[in-house]
Design a protein around this ligand. Structure first.
Ligand code: ATP
Length: 234
C-alpha cells in the first residue's frame, strides 16, 4: 500500500532522513521506532507532504512526493500528529466532526461514526460537550485518534501516541490500536515506546540517526539482542 524508497530530508545542513526505504502492506500494522531525534517525525511529515523531501513515496502505485497535504488526505492517508493538536476551544463532538470535514457524509452517517468512536473510547462519550483543551493528555490522545477515524482513513499514521502519557493510559491507547487493527485498518505507528509498539505491530523498522538500522517482523525484533538492549531495556 505504501512504499517509500530512498527518502532523504535535510534541514539546511542537517541530513535528518538518509536513504530511508519502508513498506506498509494492506492491513498491516507497521511500526517505526527509534529514540529522540532519530528522524521519525520528519519521515511522517515527508509522507504527509508537510515538508519537502527527495525520493519516492508511492501509495497504491501512485507517487505522493510533491503533492499537497490536502490531496494526500483526500486519498485516505490520515495522520494523528505528535502532541495531539486537538482544537482546544471546540467540544469533543465538534472536534470529531472536524475529522469528517473532507468527506461528504450524511447526518445519519456522521452520527453512526461518532457512535463508533464513542464505542472505542467510552471516556469521550462521557465528555462529549467538554472543551477539548480542558481534557487530560490521554483523553486528548483518544480524541485525536477518534477525529482521525472520522475521516475514514485507508492508512492511519500515528505519531508517538504514547508521548507524555501515564503507563495505564498508554495501555488503553494501545488496546484501542489493537481493536482498530482487528478491523483491518492499515496503520503506520511511530513510537519511542518500542516495547508497546512491537507488542501490537506485525513488522517494525528501527531508525537511528536518520537511517533504518534493522527491519524485521515485530516478533523477531523483540527477540533480537541488540534491539532488546538498546530499545527494550533488557
Ligand atoms: P522525536 O521522537 O524527539 O520527535 P524524531 O525521531 O521524530 O524525534 P525528528 O523530529 O524527525 O526526530 O528530528 C530529526 C532531526 O532533524 C533532529 O536532529 C532534529 O533536531 C532535526 N529537525 C527536525 N525538525 C527540524 C526543523 N524544522 N529544522 C531543523 N532541524 C530539524
Amino acid at each position: 500500500m505504501l512504499q517509500i524508497r530512498d527518502l532523504n530530508v535535510s534541514y539546511g545542513s542537517i541530513h535528518a532522513v538518509r536513504g530511508l526505504s519502508l513498506q506498509v502492506g494492506a492491513g498491516e500494522v507497521v511500526t517505526l521506532i527509534g529514540s529522540n531525534g532519530a528522524g521519525k517525525s520528519t519521515t511522517v511529515n515527508a509522507i504527509c507532504g508537510t515538508i519537502s523531501s527527495q525520493g519516492s513515496i508511492q501509495y497504491n502505485g501512485k507517487e505522493l512526493n510533491g503533492r499537497s497535504t490536502h490531496d494526500i488526505v483526500k486519498d485516505g492517508i490520515v495522520m494523528v500528529p505528535e502532541g495531539r493538536k486537538v482544537f482546544p476551544k471546540l467540544s469533543v463532538v465538534q472536534n470529531l466532526l472536524m475529522g469528517a470535514f473532507s468527506r461528504k457524509a450524511s447526518k445519519a452517517e456522521l452520527t453512526q461514526d461518532i457512535d463508533f468512536v464513542f464505542g472505542l473510547f467510552p471516556r469521550l462519550a462521557e465528555r462529549k460537550s467538554q472543551f477539548a483543551g480542558t481534557m487530560s493528555g490521554g483523553e486528548q490522545q483518544m480524541l485525536a485518534i477518534g477525529r482521525a477515524l472520522m475521516a475514514k482513513p485507508k492508512l492511519l499514521i500515528l505519531d508517538e501516541p504514547s508521548m507524555g502519557l501515564a503507563p495505564i493510559v498508554v495501555k488503553d491507547i494501545f488496546e484501542t490500536i489493537r481493536i482498530i487493527k482487528k478491523q483491518g485498518l492499515t496503520t503506520l505507528l511511530i513510537e519511542q515506546n518500542a516495547s508497546m509498539a512491537l507488542s501490537v505491530a506485525d513488522r517494525g523498522y528501527v531508525m537511528e540517526h536518520g537511517e533504518i538500522r534493522f527491519h524485521d517482523t515485530a516478533h523477531n525484533l523483540r527477540t533480537q539482542d541488540n534491539v532488546k538492549k538498546a530499545y527494550l531495556g533488557h
